[in-house]
Design a protein around this ligand. Structure first.
Ligand SMILES: Nc1ncnc2c1ncn2[C@@H]1O[C@H](COP(=O)(O)OP(=O)(O)OP(=O)(O)O)[C@@H](O)[C@H]1O
Length: 598
């Protein structure tokens, strides 16, 4: 991304605040005029003092002069402080508002993106967060740089240069000649240092994530007695970081010295030149101070140039991947317009092929029928494509070929929002949001009343347990056990009350007691709805009225449990494996012995 493109992109965010920008610029202009006052006052003071000395005037007259000058300088400082306050305040306000707008816009935007955007490798595990964070911080830093730091400094610089030229052409020329040399050195400094700075950042990230990893893995580290190894890993990063830091500092000091030396050369040349003009009578002695102060006003901002170069470079690098996220129009989810009055819930798939964006072929020529108002179980070994089918039915992804219909209408024609409002999804590990139990259940229908929430919780068999908590529905949901959280998710679904429900291994991560409790809430929610359940639990599969068996992305069998079992094919093998893993003989024997004893 080049500077012009970046400028145009930032301008879109700055435009709503153009009056704020204009106000800040005006204050900047006044501030830069005020900054030159000292040079004038000092020249006047030196000239007046030397006149008083030449004319052998009394101390009394000198005191009057001193008083007048002090009054001017103090009033100027007061006004200058007010202007600086205004300029910093409005500049910062601008930065904060723009940062807020950028953050909001990117969140609004990514929420409209397809599932593929979130699961793509370049956005995985925190990478997306880093891209967004880095983009926002470098862009807002650029706005801050421009309106708070750079602009006033450069306004001062240009103003001082103009005054120098108006005082004397040759003096102005000396200052002007120094500027390109400064530019060149600053650019060199920024170039040399940018690599170091980037390395520093990555070292810092590695160090931080290393410590987080250490805390997370402490049990394993201790049980394997790997503390020395972990300490050594950390030391290696630390050593690299230290040497990088030292090189950065060394290089900075070298450049700072070169720039300081160059500035002093400028000062010396100006003193010599001005003294020459003073001696030949074309300037007053006060001009020496005047010119040195103005020269200082010209060179001070330019001393900051390398930082500005660096930050602009950073902004160009980070904003590139940031704008890739913000402008990824092709990632926006598509939606049809079809909104039926009522959904019955018959689903069909015909010759559906599907490949994940990373190329994994997950479904091959899948054809199936899910009858409405019934429970359909998807059965298959791990990786068979069961969850993928649910992903397609929720329109999280689109099939590569073939058609999926709901009540005879192509799923693509459905309004996506409407479709999702009419389907419910319970996953193996349900998401519990930060907040209270009531808030978590209300997520299913924010308009619902507390009575509705309690009713839903009752249906999910969790109401009584909630009431036993000291804070009841106002307790933090994250404090609940896994089984209780799962029932909160089911209560959320009751509140949403969709006609179609997908259950993706809803009890897989739970213990036997929790599974039994959840089975009751699931049995309640399954009534009179189209339900697709993925489960490795024999009891849940047996309950289904329709079973679809998948193997490596293909449908291999479809029918009732009894039909498929008698087929003695894939389902027969899976079912027998599940049954034998339960050790049914021994369970039956234990139960029989217990019954005989009584
Ligand atoms: N987001 C994804 N990106 C790429 N490949 C994926 C993705 N999700 C699943 N897959 C792949 O698609 C295939 C089918 O996966 P799927 O999750 O549908 O299987 P499953 O039958 O639900 O398995 P399990 O019982 O283990 O959950 C697998 O090969 C899997 O690795």
């Amino acid at each position: 991304m080049n500077l012009w493109v970046l400028y145009k992109k930032i301008l879109v965010f700055v435009k709503p605040y153009r009056y704020l920008v204009l106000g800040t610029l005006l204050l900047t202009l006044i501030g830069s005029l005020m900054a030159q006052v000292n040079a004038y006052v000092l020249r006047y003071t030196v000239d007046e003092v030397s006149r008083l000395l030449d004319e052998h005037k009394s101390l009394q007259e000198g005191a009057t002069l001193l008083l007048a000058i002090s009054a001017i300088l103090l009033s100027k400082e007061l006004i200058y402080a007010l202007i600086q306050f205004g300029q910093k305040f409005y500049g910062t306000k601008l930065r904060i508002l723009i940062s807020q707008d950028i953050s909001q816009q990117v969140v609004d935007k990514i929420l409209t993106y397809k599932m593929a955007f979130y699961t793509s490798s370049e956005n995985e595990s925190g990478k997306l967060q880093t891209r967004i964070d880095m983009g926002i911080s470098s862009l807002t830093r650029l706005v801050q740089n421009f309106f708070i730091d750079i602009l006033p400094l450069f306004a001062n610089s240009i103003m001082a240069l103009v005054l120098m030229f108006s005082a004397n052409f040759y003096v102005g020329m000396v200052s002007l000649c120094i500027i390109p040399i400064y530019f060149y050195i600053s650019q060199l400094q920024a170039k040399k240092l940018s690599g170091f700075r980037r390395n520093m950042r990555s070292y810092r990230e590695t160090k931080n994530s290393g410590i987080i990893g250490l805390i997370e893995s402490i049990t394993v580290i201790k049980s394997f007695v790997r503390e020395p190894l972990e300490a050594q890993k950390h030391k290696e990063i630390q050593d690299e970081m230290t040497s990088n830091q030292m090189s950065t500092r060394k290089l900075s000091f070298v450049f700072e010295s070169i720039k300081g030396f160059l500035e002093q050369i400028g000062v010396v040349v100006i003193i010599i030149l001005t003294t020459y003009f003073v001696l030949n009578g074309s300037m007053s002695i006060g001009a020496i101070m005047f010119h040195i102060m103005l020269f200082n006003n010209v060179s001070a901002p330019i001393r900051q140039l390398h930082r500005i170069y660096d930050e602009v470079n950073d902004a160009m690098i980070y904003s590139e991947s940031f704008f890739e996220v913000l402008d990824a129009e092709h990632q926006t989810e598509s939606s049809g317009t079809y909104v039926p009055e009522k959904i019955k819930g018959t689903i069909t798939m015909q010759h559906v092929d599907f490949r994940y964006p990373d190329g994994t072929k997950a479904l091959h020529d899948v054809s199936l029928v899910v009858p409405h108002g019934k429970i359909t179980a998807l059965v298959g070994l791990s990786g068979a494509g069961k969850s993928t089918i649910i992903n397609l039915l929720d329109k999280f992804y689109q099939p590569a070929s073939g058609t999926i219909t709901l009540d005879g209408i192509d799923l693509q024609e459905f309004d996506t929002e409407f479709l999702r409002k009419n389907t419910g999804l319970v996953l193996q590990k349900n998401h519990i949001f930060k907040g209270t139990i009531a808030e978590n259940i209300l997520y299913g229908n924010p308009q619902a009343t507390m009575e509705d929430v309690a009713e839903a919780a009752k249906k999910a068999y969790i109401h009584e347990q909630i009431m036993e908590l000291p804070k009841g529905y106002d307790a933090q949901a994250s404090l609940l056990s896994g089984g209780q959280q799962q029932r909160i998710a089911i209560a959320r679904l009751f509140l949403k009350n969709p006609p179609i429900i997908f259950l993706d291994e809803p009890t897989a991560s739970l213990d036997a007691i929790a599974t039994e409790q959840i089975k009751r809430s699931l049995d309640a929610i399954k009534k009179d709805r189209t339900v697709i359940i993925i489960s490795h639990s024999i009891s849940q599969i047996i309950d289904a009225e329709n079973v679809i068996v998948l193997e490596r992305g293909r449908v291999v069998e479809q029918g009732t449990h009894e039909e498929l079992y008698h087929n003695k094919s894939v389902y027969f093998d899976i079912f027998n494996a599940m049954a034998s893993s339960l050790n049914i003989d021994k369970i039956a024997k234990t139960v029989a012995d217990e019954t005989a004893e009584h």
